[in-house]
Design a protein. Structure first.
Length: 648
């Protein structure tokens, strides 16, 4: 833990809306009278029917319930669009920057409103009704935002699947969510390369379990012909030309489902995290406004893909609910050159940049000169999300990208939490590189030991939340018991995050990473179990165990130990084949960084794989393997070490 403290930069402090004293007082008030705090915050949202009850919450696993603003009604798209059309119709809502540097588009609140209403009418025409699920498999183009908002306009539940997932992964999400409509594009475009989205959808819809899909709406994004299946497939541009732009927002109960987003857990297949309407929107809007110190003329840029929760809460809903201009970038930081990020900041006068440590580390590796090609004088605030940021990357981000004048908000949160839970409030919180610092208003984190005892003062242990916040997930879609078992059964009465954390003498939180079998690869979450089941589905593989290993750019890399079937020879070709296999089963983000042939895997006498030892071997920490005496056959470890480090 670096104990270097960075006070709030002077320039920022001069205009700060919140001081350190304000934060302390407001935080205290927000936990002492949580109901009153959230009642006040919820006033920033337009309610079709005002709520009378703020919260009704119990984290006890035998009497679990969470309801926020329970008897209120609202519409998310009306909050993101209609009220801003009334106040500033011509203000840019979305600045879209294409993959190619010569392509961009600016969409005002009025235009976005029109497009969303039209597309909502298209969905209605396709038979989509309130509560129906719609799967999106889209590139980073405005139509992705339009489709999400159109779903919320009519009360349909969107399930966005990241465009980098394979047809298999897409099919299992379509099946689990029982979607009737899929929205996609003929192709995606990233770094000059095309991604065959529609072809992947076609392949997914060949798979069992996806028969419920009756229409596929396709955006014609690249000049590339696409197979269109008669009776099922329609073009986006043709469909919107046939409808009008009048579509009143559907009044939705605060606790009505808003969206499902799949995320990896430590066991089994990805879970459908379900968020609801009122609590989520209040939480996304409030955290966005406070954590990013939002002002009317901000141009805010979040680099996350809409396929992840950050793309939901802080690319789309948080900004638009606040009437903030949000920048959406289709491409990648290195295309056409590593100077691109700085060029986009200058081109659109970006004031706030929110990105991930993995992107920061890869830009840092390429050298300062790329960033220094740009002025970046518009920038006033930086943000980081997705994984712990190492102090070197933090300092580079602070000093080189932000030239020492922009605070960094290192925001800790999860798909499940809907919004940021631990983060500095810029202007109020002195920063320590690598620490997400302090809880957001109304949020009560705690650190517990293995038995669930709350630890006080300076300590290290498991990170939990001891009280609710409006943005928390409400269930695992279709499996409420899995929700209770995963999050509320490890420590009774508490939400267990799956993360470890330290708290220092100043009450700052330092996230140490996952304590379960979830990997964080370039800020993307992956269950070791998912990669393992992909590997064992290959005919040559008898058994496999997957662990994380340190990786300079990705934070964590994927290390797979593979035991082959008795008659199979380990070869370089097979290694490559297995890497490609996992890629095609799950998607490129799951590609193993290392595959080691394991004559056998280290197991306890009861047959449990000892991952602790495998992690140590992967990290080349052979001197600290720990106790191996409980292994059924301790010689397995020696064999493994010889295989992995033959030159040793
Ligand atoms: O381990 C934590 C890490 O990312 C996990 C959540 O991943 P996901 O649901 O994909 O959401 C990512 C975007 C919110 C957490 O359990 N994580 C996220 N943000 C941070 C972080 N670890 C350290 N510092 C962060 N700022």
């Amino acid at each position: 833990m670096s104990q270097q403290v960075y006070p709030v930069p002077d320039k920022f402090l001069k205009n700060a809306r919140t001081t350190a004293e304000d934060y302390a007082a407001k935080y205290q008030q927000s936990v002492t009278d949580n109901t009153q705090f959230w009642r006040e915050q919820a006033q920033s949202i337009d309610w079709i029917k005002p709520f009378t009850k703020v919260r009704d919450v119990s984290f006890d696993k035998d009497n679990f319930h969470v309801e926020w603003f329970g008897d209120g009604q609202l519409n998310v798209s009306a909050n993101c669009l209609d009220r801003h059309v009334a106040n500033h119709p011509d203000k840019p809502a979305i600045i879209w920057e294409g993959d190619h540097p010569y392509r961009h588009k600016i969409i005002s609140f009025r235009e976005l409103h029109q497009e969303v209403c039209r597309f909502a009418n298209v969905l209605k025409k396709q038979g989509v009704k309130k509560g129906d699920r719609v799967t999106l498999y889209m590139p980073m183009i405005p139509e992705a935002a339009i489709a999400m908002l159109a779903c919320t306009r009519i009360g349909a539940v969107h399930c966005v699947v990241f465009g980098g997932f394979s047809p298999d992964s897409l099919a299992s999400r379509i099946e689990d969510s029982q979607s009737s409509v899929v929205i996609t594009a003929n192709e995606g475009l990233r770094g000059g390369k095309t991604i065959p989205l529609k072809t992947n959808v076609d392949a997914a819809l060949q798979m069992p379990g996806t028969e419920g899909v009756t229409s596929v709406i396709t955006v014609y994004h690249t000049e590339h012909p696409t197979n269109m299946q008669q009776g099922r497939d329609i073009w986006y541009h043709e469909a919107i030309a046939e409808v009008n732009e009048h579509c009143p927002p559907e009044p939705m109960d605060a606790e009505a489902p808003l969206f499902i987003l799949y995320t990896s857990g430590s066991t089994g297949k990805p879970k459908g995290v379900l968020h609801t309407t009122g609590g989520y929107l209040v939480y996304a809007a409030t955290t966005f406004r406070e954590v990013f110190d939002i002002r009317d003329n901000d141009v805010y840029w979040c680099t996350a893909d809409v396929g992840w929760i950050t793309g939901h809460s802080y690319l789309l809903y948080g900004p638009l609910a606040n009437g903030t201009t949000t920048l959406m970038f289709e491409g990648v930081p290195q295309y056409p050159t590593w100077a691109r990020i700085g060029q986009i900041i200058d081109k659109h006068d970006v004031t706030i940049l929110y990105t991930a440590p993995t992107a920061i580390r890869s830009m840092m590796r390429e050298g300062d000169h790329y960033v220094r090609e740009s002025d970046r004088h518009s920038l006033r605030l930086l943000g980081s999300v997705g994984e712990p940021i190492n102090p070197e990357a933090w300092s580079w981000y602070y000093n080189v990208v932000g030239e020492g004048r922009c605070p960094i908000v290192d925001t800790w949160w999860q798909t499940e939490t809907g919004g940021i839970l631990i983060s500095p409030i810029p202007g109020a919180t002195p920063l320590k590189p690598g620490s997400a610092t302090k809880p957001f208003y109304g949020v009560q984190p705690a650190i517990v030991d293995g038995e669930g005892n709350i630890l006080e003062g300076e300590c290290e242990g498991n990170l939990v939340l001891i009280d609710s916040w409006p943005g928390q997930m409400r269930t695992v879609y279709g499996d409420h018991q899995r929700f209770i078992d995963t999050y509320f059964s490890t420590f009774n009465g508490m939400y267990f995050t799956g993360d470890g954390a330290k708290r220092d003498k100043d009450g700052y939180y330092w996230i140490t990473g996952r304590v379960d079998d979830v990997l964080n690869v370039s800020g993307h979450r992956l269950g070791t179990a998912e990669v393992e089941s992909a590997l064992v589905a290959h005919q040559s593989v008898a058994e496999s165990a997957v662990v994380g290993m340190p990786h300079e750019i990705k934070g964590q890399g994927i290390c797979a130990y593979v035991t082959l079937q008795a008659d199979v020879e380990p070869t370089e070709e097979l290694r490559k084949e297995l890497r490609d296999w996992v890629r095609s089963e799950i998607g490129p983000i799951a590609t193993p960084d290392a595959i080691h042939w394991a004559p056998a895997l280290p197991k306890t006498r009861s047959g449990k794989i000892m991952r602790r030892i495998l992690r140590k071997i992967a990290a080349n920490e052979l001197d600290t393997l720990g106790d191996t005496s409980t292994l059924a056959d301790p010689s397995v470890v020696e064999h493994l070490i010889v295989t992995v480090y033959p030159e040793r």
